[in-house]
Design a protein around this ligand. Sequence first.
Ligand SMILES: Nc1ncnc2c1ncn2[C@@H]1O[C@H](COP(=O)(O)OP(=O)(O)OP(=O)(O)O)[C@@H](O)[C@H]1O
Ligand SMILES: [Mg+2]
Length: 278
Amino acid sequence: MTFPADDAPARPADAGRADASERKGGWLLETRGITKRFGAVEALSSVDLHVAPGRVTALLGDNGAGKSTLIKTIAGIWEPDLGHIYWDGHPVRVRGPKVASALGIATMYQDLALCDNLDIVQNMFLGREKTSYRVLDEATMEKQARDTLGDLSVTTVRSIRQQVGSLSGGQRQAVAVARAVMQNARLVIMDEPTAALGVAQTAMVLDLIKTLRSRGIGVLVISHNLVDVFEVADQIAILYLGRLAVEAPASEFDQQSAVYSITTGKFDGSSVGKSETA
Ligand SMILES: Nc1ncnc2c1ncn2[C@@H]1O[C@H](COP(=O)(O)OP(=O)(O)OP(=O)(O)O)[C@@H](O)[C@H]1O
Ligand SMILES: [Mg+2]
């Protein structure tokens, strides 16, 4: 297998190259030169990321590569020190989670932000409760919650009045996805959605991701599980020590070349399909 020399450029020129021809309609989300420092640590160094609507973009990288920091910057948790975020081709300042949410960005963090002591309906409408004559309109909320879950083919939840704390990990993901759909999210960001899940629940979450994509929603998913990644990803972006090492269609990778890029920050698309001894 041949790889670029050590001093080969890390392909910043390739960023966004992938399927650029298909992107006449523009990117849903683009970051340009995003840099984020925590004291002496530069967690993100001039990151240019491109996310298309109706496509699944997998964000990969080793522990500490900057994946969570990047999505937190997109979601308005952190303000970048340098760089800009473009939404629908327009520069935006995502000054907080509320701004992100108003734009149509729904983020599910590693430790899912659901309230365990509330039931499914309450979680799905948290902060956006429906009222009728100043009284909570439980019937409408229940119907919408049930319809949305049904629409997403989530059938394993016994009662939508069940407390979220009693749900399985996969069901919790489903509730979070349903909440995003109900809030008309256009970009759903998921940080390790299948990390703690068994086989069947992982399959359910991957199906949900495919459903989101089929509705034209952009999905940005962080995962360390390459089997999951290759099942759903259209596009792969790899962070290496805070820098975007490569961004290319998933078809240009196999597991071996993805691991190579994750661990070295380099990319060799020509290795796809060739064995180590070739
Ligand atoms: N709030 C913070 N304060 C200080 N340093 C931070 C903070 N958050 C992240 N970092 C640092 O920024 C770098 C990137 O961290 P980040 O959490 O984004 O990595 P990651 O790619 O999500 O890793 P993992 O795969 O382990 O979740 C790390 O060096 C981390 O220590
Ligand atoms: Mg992380």
